[in-house]
Design a protein around this ligand. Sequence first.
Ligand SMILES: [Zn+2]
Length: 58
Amino acid sequence: MDGKMNTSPLLPEDLRWVVCPVCHQPLESQPESIRCTGCLRRYPLVDGIPVLLADRTL
Ligand SMILES: [Zn+2]
């Protein structure tokens, strides 16, 4: 144990199981938001947690 922990709020791999709630296409992480690669909607990141609600798009 070196005490090192993964402190990244969101890794690209975390999005493998997440799809856009609108068009069900994969999402990609951006510095301060999550963007759908299909319809290009952007979803907010709240405390590092993507808020994937269709009515919460940025
Ligand atoms: Zn979409």
